[in-house]
Structures are given as C-alpha cells and as structure tokens.
Design a protein around this ligand. Structure first.
Ligand code: ZN
Ligand code: ZN
Length: 651
C-alpha cells in the first residue's frame, strides 16, 4: 500500500514540502499536476473496464484553493456544463450493450440503528473507500466513557485496498473517530475546506498533523480513487461545507447524502445543489443512502434564516438586559447571525467555551465567519461594558456538566455571574437523552433570576436535517433503483423506507440495514451478502478499547451495588489465619451503622478459613468459598448483591 500511495501522490508530496509552514501545511490542494498524473494511469484502467465517466472531471480543478464562493461557483458550473454534454452523448450516442459487472459492496461499521458513529465502507474490485468516521456519545449506562468509536478491525484487515477517507462534514458524529483510525491506517483524507480545517485541529491534538495527508476538495469537483470516482455535491446543513457524495464505479453510481436539509434562504447564500442531484438522477443512480434523522417529522425543516428573525425580535425585547445565547459550537451560521445582529444593535460579542472559541477561530480564519471589526471582545473584557452592550455566546446547550452554561447556572463560572438582568436563550434542541440535564440548567438559571428562552417558546432553533417532504424531494430527484436509509434509529430508518415506497421505489429494492451488514448492489440485485466485524470501542481518557464489556459490567456492578473487601493474611504452610479478616465496604452500607452485619461477616469469614484442612489448603478455593458465603450472607440480610473481593495474603 505504501508504494502505491507514494507513486500516486509524489507530486503532491513535493507540493507539500514547498508550501506553508503553519498548521495549514498539510491541507493539500488538489493541484493540476497531481490530477494529471492520476488521470494518466487511471484513465487507461478505466477504458479497459468500460468505465462510464465524465472525462477530465478531476483534471480541471482550480489551481488555487480559495474560500471565495465565486470559485466554488465556477467549479460547479463546469461540472454542470460537462454533465449537460454527457447527457447529450447518452441521448444521441450509440446504445451500449449492457456490461456485466461485479456488485459494489457497502458495509456499515456504524450509524445504523443509532445516532452517531457514522462510518461506511465501499468496496469495488480492488479498491475500498471509507465515508465518514464519527464518534457517538456514551449512553447513561456506559459509565466513565468519554465517547464511543467504531471497531476498525475490518478496515485494518483491508488496509492495502483503502484508497481514501471521504468526509461529508465537520460534525463529531462524522469526524470524531478519524484520528483513532488514522493511527491504525494512514490514508489520505478528502474534505471541503472548513471540514479539513476542523480535522487539522484534531490531528494536531493527536500529533498526527505531519503524517496525515488532508486534501481540500471543492463542492462540484470529482476525484479519482482507485476503481472509484467521487464527486462532491454541496448540501445545506447546520455546519457550512457539508457535501453529499456521488460515488461512481463500474457497478453504477451511489449517492450518499451525508446529513442534509434543503434551505432556500441559507446564511451563506448557497442553496443545496438540487440540479446536480437531478442530473445524476437522469443519468441513472444505482443506489441512494440518505439521512434519516428527521424522517418522522412531516413537512419541511425551517430555514436557518428563521432563527435570525427570532433573534432580532428577542434582541429588541431584551431591552437593557445582557443577552446570553447557548448553541452548538459547530453551528457557524448561527454564530454568524448572532454576531450580525449584535453588531447592528451596538452590542459587543464575547465567546465562552473552548470548543466555541476554537471552531470560531478556524471558521473565521478560513473565511466562513465574518466578524465586523471591534465586535468581538474577550470574556475578560465584559466587565468594562454595561449589560445592554453585551452578548455572550456560550457552549452547553445540551446541559453538559462541564460546559460554560452549566457552570454559569451553578454559579461556578469565573467570569460570568447570572442575575436578574440576564436574558438567556438556549438555541438548540435537547438531543434525546439530554432533556433532564437541559431542564435542570434552565431551572437553575431561572432560580438565579434570569429570563430563559428556549425552543418551546420561540423559534430559537431549527434542525439541520431534512424532514419528510425534503426527503421525498431528494428521492424523486435522484430516482435511485435501490435505497438504503441511513443515519438514524430503527424507527427513523423505517419511516424513511416508507417514504421511499410512497414515491414508487419497490419494497424489495429497499434494505433496512444494521451495523455490521455488508450489502451488495448491482444493476440486477440488492442483497445483504455478509457481515463484517463491527462494534463499540470505548474511549476513556488515554485508553482506547481497554475498557471492554467486562470492565463495563464491573463498573455497573460497583456503581449499583458497591463493594465489600475481605482482607486477611494466612500462614503459607499451615493455612491458619494470621491477621484479619478485616471487612471494608464502599458504596454498600456505612460500616458504623451496620456493625452487626460486619461482625457477622467477620465470623463467617473465619469459619470459612478454618474449614480448610491445615497444610494442604488451596488458596483459590478459599477465595471462591469466601466470596460465595459472604455474598449469600449479604443477600440474606439486605437483599443486595455487592461485589465481594477477598484479598488473602500468604505469609
Ligand atoms: Zn451533521
Ligand atoms: Zn450526523
């Protein structure tokens, strides 16, 4: 794999050595030369395979990557122009005899029947691609776990086939596990500019920024990766730079939408490229994998601009109060709207929360956020301004315990003290499972005298995911032969499958998958063709995967029932008790109040130890018997099952 990689990207490596010195160094631009090189060899291969493709798609990429939206526009126009030509050739050209090809295999390592940890693997001929590599936040019974990442053993086994990792957008459930994967297999990562910027931030935290190759791709561009072509298509979502992927191979075109919505008045002015989806639909799409997060919700998702309108009226209602707004750090469009309204109404903006400061800094450096001069102030400077001159944007919209908003609510924030003259706006919806913590924060803020505005009262939040009507639009434009709903729990996937049937996709052409499924798709068939290794790997501090199901069961046991330790020293030769037994209990009962029970436990322990014949005793057997007897005693007396841990030392 190494050799092949080197050969493919020689030009690119040279390019990187020459270019900048900072962290942006490894964000490599897909320059012309590199593509030419790739094209030469790959075009040849493609011809032999009867590959149906728009020629030179990758060759005509802009020399220089800029943030300028105009540039994106040009790239996009080029693509649509080419597609137009292509369509004509199809219409008037010769009818090609059907080529019998192998199926493309799509395997799911995460993201099905769960929210988060999205990761999909595509395999065709000798090439594999990975789409997204996200994390999931732990469930309440996954004690002490920071987050959960997919099991990578399947991709590790196939490392030599993997041509690249494609990232749809910069949310944690799509990029959060990437560094852990890149520590195991080093392959190039392809993403749009902002996503690449966010990835670079993560890479440097993991000290990978010098070894990993991150390539910036504009929406509208197409890249060649082994037996695949991949086109990036602009979509709307709650973070800029989100794309869908059209993955093309000998078996046909597969579209994976990533997370998306259809926003006709987006903050950055770029509406989802619906015409490109329609063109691909007309050319023929074999299979669609589409975002199911909001498949239960009827109608359309509101535009992000709607939130701006609400903010505007809330700002004027706030009068001379200080305004504090909690939102997701990655929702750059929302941060932009807050900054705009603040600057218009003469308020200064301060940011509180590390992730918010980081993301805003990256987004502003890359041109995704425009901050009028003099608007942004440091959180230390808020003392210098009156309440009516301030807006504080903060993290913690999910009630996360250590977040800035939670600290404000519990009077633990060093810089912000909440009082009667504060208006707090929670500009997010609680992610299912977080409701309790969010409402606790709201109640605490109310107790401190603040006014609190949250989603149920005004439109202070809109979703980043498509609702039913938008999902139907996507399905109707793409007109896929086969459909696999992705990103969502079982109920979301089922709703989405029903929607697909309602617009005419036959029931048998839809598969509701699960993590670990390998689905084979070809012109004639779609079927679950096997399973691949998949699973949950817990990340706890520096430990990755060292906390397994057994450790988790122990934590749960300790957490729910506590522990009793029986310590004693035994004469190694005779087996007689030398000291102890001492009984220590943690999280079970308070020993002083349960003195009788503890005395009884001491007696039982002595009886057990005495019951073994002198000079031929078995320490393991003694351990086991102690555990059983004490366990029985505790259950009889308390109907509880604490963990029993005998520690017998031979002296
Ligand atoms: Zn997302
Ligand atoms: Zn997502």
């Amino acid at each position: 794999m190494e050799n092949e990689k080197n050969k493919d990207f020689t030009t690119n490596e040279k390019h990187s050595k020459k270019s900048g010195k900072q962290s942006k160094k490894n964000i490599k631009h897909n320059n012309k030369t590199e593509n030419k090189n790739q094209n030469k060899t790959q075009k040849k291969q493609r011809k032999q395979k009867g590959f149906k493709s728009k020629k030179q798609g990758g060759g005509k990429m802009p020399k220089e990557q800029t943030v300028d939206m105009k540039n994106n526009q040009t790239a996009k126009n080029k693509t649509s122009g080419k597609a137009e030509q292509n369509k004509k050739t199809n219409r008037y050209g010769k009818i090609k005899p059907p080529v019998k090809t192998n199926p493309v295999k799509i395997s799911f390592l995460g993201g099905l029947n769960e929210v988060g940890k999205n990761m999909t693997v595509y395999e065709y001929e000798k090439s594999m691609l990975i789409v997204d590599c996200g994390l999931a936040f732990p469930e309440s019974d996954q004690l002490g776990v920071d987050f959960v990442i997919p099991d990578f053993s399947y991709v590790e086994r196939n490392a030599d086939k993997i041509k690249g990792i494609l990232i749809t957008h910069g949310h944690e459930d799509h990029i959060g596990a990437l560094c852990y994967l890149l520590k195991k297999i080093n392959v190039p990562v392809y993403a749009t500019l902002l996503t690449a910027g966010l990835i670079m931030g993560k890479l440097s935290e993991h000290k990978l920024e010098k070894t990993v190759d991150v390539k910036v791709i504009n929406p509208g561009e197409e890249i060649y990766l082994g037996d695949f072509n991949v086109e990036f298509i602009h979509v709307n979502h709650s973070i800029p730079g989100a794309v869908a992927l059209a993955i093309k191979c000998g078996a046909g075109t597969i579209i994976q939408t990533g997370d998306f919505k259809i926003d006709t008045t987006p903050i950055d002015g770029e509406i989802i490229n619906l015409s490109r989806f329609a063109e691909l639909g007309n050319e023929g799409v074999l299979c669609l994998l589409s975002d199911s997060t909001n498949a239960e919700q009827p109608g359309y998702t509101q535009s992000e601009s709607k939130v701006g309108e609400t903010f505007q009226s809330l700002f004027s209602k706030a009068g001379n109060r200080r305004i504090i707004i909690a939102t997701f750090a990655s929702n750059i469009h929302r941060v932009q709207q807050i900054i705009d309204i603040a600057s218009k109404t003469g308020r200064k903006v301060a940011l509180s929360g590390r992730s918010l400061e980081n993301v805003t800094a990256i987004a502003s450096e890359l041109g995704y956020v425009h901050i009028p001069e003099g608007t942004l102030i440091g959180i230390d400077e808020i003392k210098r301004y009156n309440d009516e001159q301030l807006v504080i944007i903060t993290t913690g919209s999910q009630g996360e315990a250590m977040s800035a908003l939670s600290r404000m609510a519990s009077k633990n924030h060093r810089k912000v003290e909440i009082g009667y003259n504060d208006c707090v706006i929670i500009s997010a919806r609680p992610i299912p499972g977080n409701e309790k913590t969010v409402y606790k924060v709201i109640n605490d803020l109310l107790c401190l005298g603040a006014q609190v505005v949250y989603e149920k009262m005004y439109d202070v939040h809109v979703s980043g995911h498509a609702c039913q009507e938008e999902l139907k639009i996507m399905l109707s434009l793409v007109k896929p032969k086969y459909f696999i709903p992705v990103h969502g729990e079982q109920k979301h996937l089922r709703y989405h499958a029903k929607l697909a049937e309602s617009i005419g996709i036959p029931h048998n052409n839809i598969i509701i998958g699960d993590n670990g499924y390998e689905i084979s798709v070809s012109e004639n068939n779609i079927a679950v063709s096997g399973t691949v290794t998949h699973g949950k790997v817990y990340v706890d501090g520096y430990g990755v995967g060292d906390v397994g199901t057994r450790v988790m069961r122990e934590r749960q046991h300790l957490g729910t029932d506590g522990i009793i330790i029986i310590a004693a020293t035994i004469d190694a030769a005779s087996g007689e008790l030398v000291t102890g037994p001492d009984i220590v209990s943690k999280g079970f009962v308070y020993v002083k109040e349960a003195e009788l029970l503890m005395n009884e436990a001491v007696k039982v322990s002595m009886r057990v130890i005495d019951s073994f014949p002198p000079y031929s005793f078995d320490l393991n057997a003694m351990n086991t018997k102690l555990r059983d007897e004490i366990s029985r005693l505790m259950y009889e007396r308390t109907k509880r099952n604490p963990m029993i841990l005998p520690i017998l030392l031979e002296v």
